[in-house]
Design a protein. Structure first.
Length: 84
């Protein structure tokens, strides 16, 4: 399943992800801190989505109440819920 999410409260403007049987096959961000986001995408590739959610949920960026990793956890949650 492919899923597109529009993040809120962060520098990135779009998250595209592909899930297969609850496992992350690919993630890409539009905008944001390019090197850091490429690193996150590489780290979560082939990881169960629930594991990534548990690790990324609630991370803050500086003074912001959210971050790109937190927004990825929200995107994954929505994608899993929409696939039910």
């Amino acid at each position: 399943m492919t899923y597109t999410y529009t993040p809120s409260g962060v520098c990135s403007s779009r998250i595209d992800l592909e899930l297969e049987d609850g496992v992350i096959r690919s993630v890409s961000f539009t905008g944001g801190c390019n090197g850091n986001l490429k690193g996150i995408c590489s780290l979560v590739k082939d990881m169960p989505a629930q594991e990534a959610i548990a690790k990324l949920q609630g991370i803050q960026c500086g003074w912001k109440p959210t971050s790109c990793p937190d927004q990825l956890s929200r995107a994954l949650t929505e994608a899993l819920e929409s696939g039910k």
